[in-house]
Design a binder for this molecule. Structure first.
Ligand SMILES: Nc1ncnc2c1ncn2[C@@H]1O[C@H](COP(=O)(O)OP(=O)(O)OP(=O)(O)O)[C@@H](O)[C@H]1O
Ligand SMILES: [Mg+2]
Length: 352
């Protein structure tokens, strides 16, 4: 096999862009990956780099490299049309002629994952910091009180046992919140890494919905909400992991109740269609603005952060719902009108 043919095939097939420029900075060659990555049409031969890829950082880096006829390679990162490329420039010495070879590696996905990771760590730290600060503040105050008591200086008495109880309740509330956050994170992480073993079995959706709804009766009643269900008889069973789907219904009901002001109502219903069973959780609550809709299933995303946090939410409920429905190959849908209410629906394939 001829070496030229081998190299040509490599350049043609490689998933890295290659651009070769002469000492005037004019293109001699571009491989197919580069042409498609930068949507270059027409030949590149004889065109300057600025004409081919209109990126200021790239033009400057490559221009300077060629002007200085640099021998040592140079690396630069560019952001072009929403994509990130790691660019590696090397000199190509051919007898007395100088030319530059530029390699473009698409690192958009790496960058995206890096950002997700950074955001995730920042979010978790932030969510843990608030309850921790409270726990620390109140426990320190209690501790001071007890220390004074030990020294016979009145101690917890001036603080009052009712106040002390209030402090302990706040500590307990924040500790519960932290432990819920950790539980949710563990569930999410197991779902995302496919480490959660699902136990599939035919499940009676009516039974599942009715028993889950019953668990929310008190919460809804205390808030002055009407909670009712409309589950027809004769629904086919669905093949799913019962505990996980119960979690979906719990998370949706929890939201519906949380985001519906007193006097409103929450209704759970189900229908059979196209071999699927669809469950609707509809509320007459505050609704979701259209701009926020595409993001509500993201981890930690909340329309009104302060309000949700006040209610003990961390913005993980819907992310968990999405994952669970995804692994069941189900469908998820939301319809919402701000000020009117929202309906969250999920569908799972019925057992044939
Ligand atoms: N039924 C609903 N009505 C109005 N807004 C909703 C409804 N369900 C979800 N949202 C919005 O979507 C956001 C994300 O919901 P999600 O369940 O993921 O988080 P959360 O309820 O804030 O916290 P968590 O579920 O962890 O307790 C909520 O903060 C809220 O702004
Ligand atoms: Mg929620």
């Amino acid at each position: 096999m001829e070496k030229g043919a081998i190299l040509e095939t490599i350049a043609k097939e490689m998933q890295t862009g290659v651009l070769v420029l002469d000492k005037e900075g004019r293109a001699l060659y571009a491989n197919p990956f580069l042409l498609s990555a930068f949507q270059i049409s027409g030949g590149v031969e004889g065109r300057g780099i600025g004409e081919i890829i209109k990126n200021v950082d790239l033009r400057k880096a490559v221009g300077d490299f060629i002007k200085a006829m640099r021998k040592d390679p140079q690396d630069v990162e560019i952001n072009e049309g929403g994509r990130f490329f790691s660019v590696h420039v090397v000199s190509l010495k051919d007898k007395s002629d100088f030319s530059a070879m530029v390699f473009f590696q698409d690192i958009t996905e790496e960058k995206r994952l890096e950002t997700i990771k950074k955001d995730f760590v920042a979010n978790v730290s932030h969510e843990l910091r608030t309850p921790l600060a409270s726990i620390k503040g109140y426990s320190e105050t209690l501790l001071e009180g007890i220390t004074l008591l030990d020294r016979g200086l009145g101690g917890i008495a001036p603080l009052g046992s009712d106040t002390a109880k209030d402090f302990l309740r706040i500590i307990d509330k924040h500790a519960t919140r932290m432990s819920r956050l950790i539980d949710d994170l563990l569930i999410l992480s197991r779902l995302e890494s496919h480490q959660m073993t699902l136990v599939y079995a035919p499940v009676d959706v009516k039974e599942l919905v009715l028993s889950t709804t019953a668990g929310f009766r008190k919460q809804a009643g205390d808030k002055g909400l009407k909670l009712f269900s409309d589950m027809p008889d004769g629904l086919p069973k669905v093949s799913c992991d019962k505990d996980r789907i119960e979690q979906v219904v719990v998370n949706l009901l929890d939201n519906a109740i949380k985001y519906t002001p007193p006097g409103g109502s929450v209704k759970v219903s189900a229908v059979k269609s196209d071999g699927f069973v669809t469950v609707d959780v509809a509320d007459t609550g505050i609704g979701i603005p259209a701009d926020d809709m595409p993001r509500i299933f993201e981890r930690f995303y909340r329309v009104d952060k302060a309000r949700s946090r006040e209610m003990g939410g961390t913005g993980l409920g819907l992310a968990i719902v999405k994952h669970i429905i995804n692994i069941h190959n189900g469908r998820l849908n939301v319809e919402s009108r701000p000020g009117k209410g929202s309906t969250f629906s999920f569908s799972i394939k019925a057992v044939a």
